[in-house]
Design a binder for this molecule. Structure first.
Ligand SMILES: C[S@@+](CC[C@H](N)C(=O)[O-])C[C@H]1O[C@@H](n2cnc3c(N)ncnc32)[C@H](O)[C@@H]1O
Length: 549
């Protein structure tokens, strides 16, 4: 019909525009894949590793090799301590697909194409830098969104989400993450505690433990002790103490070779033969710290049986009180002829770099029961509270009592919390180290023989002119727990300006609703940090070291 001709023309134009866009997208995808292939061609796998993988995978070895040419996938894990997975999915700014072995982990992808065999190609935008490394610019988008700064999710390689999921931590428990830095798993364990119980997050490397601390703070985990100790030392302090222990062991990192070709050098210097004995020492100490009836997960990001199954076998041989809990996850495999029931994630079977995990439980019989354990720790706690936790640390003599914190809390804190907070710290103890004030959760047993980077929640500093609340406190609180707050939408340019450390203005309406003084700045209802409000202007108090560049 003559009347429909212009319509048809319009349709055709739209279709050809769509086709052109699709083709452009496809060209970009192809280019990305080619860059990745080139990267992998340049990265000759270490000879002994190749031989071992051939032996291990047999006829599946070519598939594994093929998988090395695929672009690594990226994931985000929802911080359920701040937002439910369902709610996050409603506001999630990126296209996501669930990671099958978690309840809150997602593949994140800007451009995803499903192939005919049901696998998906993830067209991340990779660019080579002058030092031959590859930057995944998509990561930058994920780590630049205000929700990232609000601690709503953690960016994590998807298979690395497995160990914390298998530990099945519950609120109220005592959890140990023995090799915790930089906190990929500890942040999840902290979220699962939902503010009850205590997480001891340890890493032998003090510098790495600092990154761990920052990640736990950003996640809003306050019921935490962060320390940097050898497992053998912790074992003396916490015998049969923890309900759950994660040993995400230092390993030869074979599963990282695709993503981080630079790991090849490290692998050649320290391979499975170096890490296997170290892992055995670590799991040995962990087994001693697990309470009867407790659960432990041992995991690595490597494929070597010398490290993985052999470590578990040695542990089981020496500890008849431990049993392996047979575990299956979608896409997971094991080596039944060696040790059935462990989980191996391979990059040619699942969307992820690869991981190994074994779940162990300690039988309840013939070991001190919970009541003995409680009694032993109560007396230890009493001794240490009398002595104080180190030369400069001073515990308040009384626990907080509900309502406003206990009488022994410094006056500056009392003034601040009375004026600005609805949140109560009932049962928490205060700990002052010089001007710095911490709140120690009820179940945290601090021992002065250990080096802590953090004991509980850092509340802020008691200055002469008043209390200065910390960034950690901002991240720990919910907007509803604060009397004076302001929330900007994630798209509001003031959100990014606040995150960059700039001074921000309120509208007349907002200014009329906000009180002057300390104010909690949020994005879409999720706290970002503090500011000081006066006459419609927010003086930025966002922690300088956390600012967006
Ligand atoms: C695989 S990484 C842990 C990754 C961490 N679980 C995460 O998810 O972010 C292993 C860690 O073990 C630490 N480590 C090495 N030797 C250790 C030891 N003897 N005791 C405790 N931690 C150790 C390393 O510093 C490293 O941070």
């Amino acid at each position: 019909m003559p009347g429909t001709q212009p319509e048809n023309k319009k349709c055709r134009r739209q279709n050809s525009r769509r086709m052109a866009e699709k083709e452009k997208q496809q060209r970009e995808n192809d280019r990305d894949m080619e860059i990745q292939r080139e990267q992998n061609r340049k990265t000759e796998l270490p000879e002994n590793f190749r031989e071992n993988m051939k032996r291990l995978l047999k006829e599946a070895y070519p598939e594994y090799l093929e998988s090395l040419s695929q672009t690594p996938v990226q994931g985000i894990r929802v911080n359920t301590g701040k937002i439910s997975t369902e709610h996050f999915l409603e506001i999630c700014p990126f296209p996501v697909m669930p990671v099958p072995w978690t309840r809150n982990g997602f593949y994140v992808s800007m451009h995803t194409t499903e192939t005919s065999d049901g696998r998906f190609l993830d067209a991340m935008h990779t660019t080579e830098t002058s030092n031959g490394r590859f930057l995944v610019t998509k990561d930058a988008q994920v780590t630049r969104h205000p929700y990232y700064y609000a601690g709503l999710y953690y960016v994590q390689e998807p298979s690395a989400m497995l160990p914390a999921a298998l530990l099945e931590a519950e609120p109220g428990e005592r959890i140990l993450d023995l090799c915790a830095a930089p906190g990929g798993k500890a942040t999840e364990l902290g979220s699962r505690l939902a503010g009850e119980g205590v997480l001891v997050a340890n890493d032998i490397s003090a510098s790495r433990a600092k990154a761990l601390l920052k990640n736990l703070e950003q996640h809003g985990v306050g019921n935490v002790l962060v320390c940097s100790e050898a497992p053998q030392k912790l074992q003396k302090i916490y015998p049969a103490y923890f309900d759950r222990i994660l040993v995400d062991a230092p390993c030869s990192g074979e599963g990282m070779l695709r993503r981080e070709p630079s790991m090849k050098k490290a692998y050649e210097a320290h391979g499975p033969a170096y890490y296997a004995p170290l892992q055995r020492e670590i799991v040995e100490a962990a087994a001693a710290m697990l309470r009867p009836g407790g659960r432990m997960v041992y995991s690595t990001c490597t494929f070597s049986e010398q490290e993985n199954e052999e470590t578990v076998l040695a542990l089981l041989a020496d500890h008849p009180e431990l049993r392996l809990v047979k575990t299956e996850v979608p896409g997971g495999e094991d080596i039944p002829e060696m040790l059935a029931g462990c989980v191996r994630l391979y990059p040619h079977r699942v969307k992820g770099e690869g991981h190994f995990a074994a779940v162990l439980e300690k039988l309840s019989g013939n070991t001190p029961d919970n009541a003995d354990r409680e009694e032993a720790f109560n007396s230890m706690r009493a001794i240490h509270e009398r002595k104080g936790a180190g030369n400069t640390a001073v515990f308040s003599k009384e626990k907080t009592s509900g309502g406003t914190p206990g009488l022994k809390a410094p006056a500056q804190w009392q003034e601040f919390s009375g004026r600005y907070l609805k949140k109560e710290f009932a049962g928490w103890r205060f700990l002052s180290i010089k001007e710095r004030l911490y709140a120690l959760p009820p179940q945290a047993d601090v021992d002065r023989r250990l080096r802590y980077l953090r004991t509980g929640l850092f509340l802020g500093e008691c200055r002469q002119h008043g209390f200065e609340p910390s960034q950690a406190l901002a991240m720990y609180l919910k907007q509803r727990e604060v009397k004076n707050s302001i929330s900007f939408a994630a798209e509001d340019t003031r959100t990014v300006r606040y995150l960059k450390g700039e001074t921000v203005s309120l509208t007349a309406e907002e200014a009329a609703e906000a009180d002057s003084g300390w104010i909690l700045v949020c994005t879409d209802g999720f706290p970002l940090g503090w500011a000081k409000h006066s006459g419609g202007t927010l003086k930025n108090k966002y922690y300088a070291g956390w600012r967006m560049n």
